[in-house]
Design a binder for this molecule. Structure first.
Ligand code: PLP
Length: 416
């Protein structure tokens, strides 16, 4: 049969099959019908206040509004404006900057950072290693760039990091591809809320070091996707691992995908960076050249006003302190909401994935779509169904509703 298709065969895509968008629409419609009070809308991946309005940090938007027109209108440099590149290093590492040669390249959000890492550190057709529970766009970005993803099991039987699954998968890919790009979304993993602990990181560093020393021709690239890091831990404890992840052989490279989307409530301003902590100056310079070239060939340059806002805030003690205080307030609020959910979950016997921090909590279960639809219909409760379970969003639901949610989920699971 002749096809009338005009796109090339590898660009044939299904339209409108985004599972989150659809349920989010249903939630919006229900709220329009009956008001927000009786509705639990857990479909949103942004920080919302207790009444369901998007949180936008005052410290960020008062600075943004103080920019003059030219600072907003101008092009940014290809790699990012110099003030941004200086200050994003602090935004990424704060006081836990690892030893190594650090370079940064601005990208439109963490998505752009992930894209540049995939495009420059894997071959066409390669498999990129991600967690089995993972942010779905990794697969989209890989496919768009003519790569694929493959997964390892994130959890062992005790709900800790599954070294056996991870190490086997890394070695298998190295044998086959001679290089591996491993994306680890931590801390505050989307969608489970898992944090790789400092002890686990030490064990991973030993594994990378041993493997790299035994095979100097292999290349190991570890991309830490830290999109949610500013909502994890207490103070800067969530960044301690960064200093552990350093001092490895020259065929191991660590990259960081920094996103200002959540960290600065800048979702739509498209601001982020890919940073390297390289073992040599040469590898750092190569990173900078390749990623700058990628910028020029995809989106050209980033959002100047967003870069300027980050630079102004981080470089000014008073502004930075106000910003970090606002971040801390919301981190505390998020942690209180998540605790309310987890406490209720253990009271009613609802099993969740290991949750430590972050915007989402996951419930492993069968029948996910039936449960999702049942909750929407009977309880005005809108939750996202993923491949391996349900995703609840304390980032978007107030504490009172977080307490109520586990009993409703448990009831639906038992019924269906
Ligand atoms: N990584 C993960 C795991 C995410 O959940 C997100 C956003 O949802 C991102 C990266 C990057 O987002 P953005 O491109 O908006 O910065």
């Amino acid at each position: 049969l002749m096809s009338n298709r005009m796109v090339i065969s590898s660009s044939v895509r299904e339209a409108g099959n985004d599972p989150i968008f659809h349920i989010a629409e249903l939630a919006k419609n229900r709220i329009a019908e009956i008001g927000s009070e009786p509705v639990i809308n857990s479909t949103i991946g942004s920080l919302m206040d207790d009444d369901g309005n998007l949180v936008a940090f005052d410290s960020v938007y008062s600075t943004f509004r103080s920019l003059n027109n030219a600072e907003i209108a101008g092009y940014a440099s290809i790699a990012g404006i110099p003030e941004f590149l200086e200050n994003v290093v602090y935004a990424c590492f704060k006081h836990h900057q690892p030893k190594g040669y650090i370079e940064a390249v601005a990208t439109p959000g963490g998505t752009g950072a992930v894209r540049n890492a995939i495009a420059n550190y894997s071959e066409f057709g390669d498999e990129i290693l991600v967690q089995d529970w993972h942010w779905a766009p990794y697969g989209t970005i890989a496919q768009e760039n003519r790569r694929k993803i493959t997964t390892f099991e994130l959890f062992d039987e005790n709900g800790n990091f599954n070294f056996e699954s991870y190490e086997n998968k890394v070695l298998e890919l190295l044998e086959k591809q001679k290089r591996v790009l491993s994306i680890l979304n931590t801390p505050a993993h989307n969608p489970t809320g898992y944090n790789i602990s400092d002890e686990e990181w030490k064990q991973l560093v030993e594994f990378y070091t041993k493997t790299a020393n035994e095979h100097p021709d292999w290349r190991i690239i570890v991309l830490c996707d830290i999109a949610y890091i500013d909502f994890a831990g207490k103070g800067e404890s969530a960044r301690q691992f960064m200093e552990i992840l350093s001092g490895m052989p020259e065929n191991v490279l660590t990259l960081y995908a920094y996103s200002a989307s959540k960290a600065m409530t800048m979702y739509g301003l498209r601001n982020g960076a890919l940073l390297c902590v390289a073992p040599t100056q040469e590898i750092a310079s190569e990173f900078k050249a390749s990623c700058s070239f990628s910028n020029r060939g995809t989106w050209s340059n980033g959002t100047r006003s967003a870069q300027a806002t980050l630079a102004k805030i981080i470089s000014n003690d008073q502004l930075r302190e106000a910003f970090e205080a606002e971040q801390a307030d919301w981190r505390n609020k998020l942690q209180a909401r998540a605790k309310a959910f987890m406490d209720s979950a253990s009271q009613v016997g609802l099993k969740t994935c290991t949750y430590r921090d972050g915007f989402f909590i996951s419930i492993p279960c069968e029948n996910r779509e039936a449960i999702r639809d049942y909750l929407a219909e009977h309880d005005n409760f809108f939750i996202v169904a993923l491949k391996k379970g349900l995703r609840f969003a304390p980032c978007a639901v107030n504490e009172e509703k977080c307490s109520k949610a586990p009993a409703l989920i448990k009831k639906a699971i038992d019924k269906l």
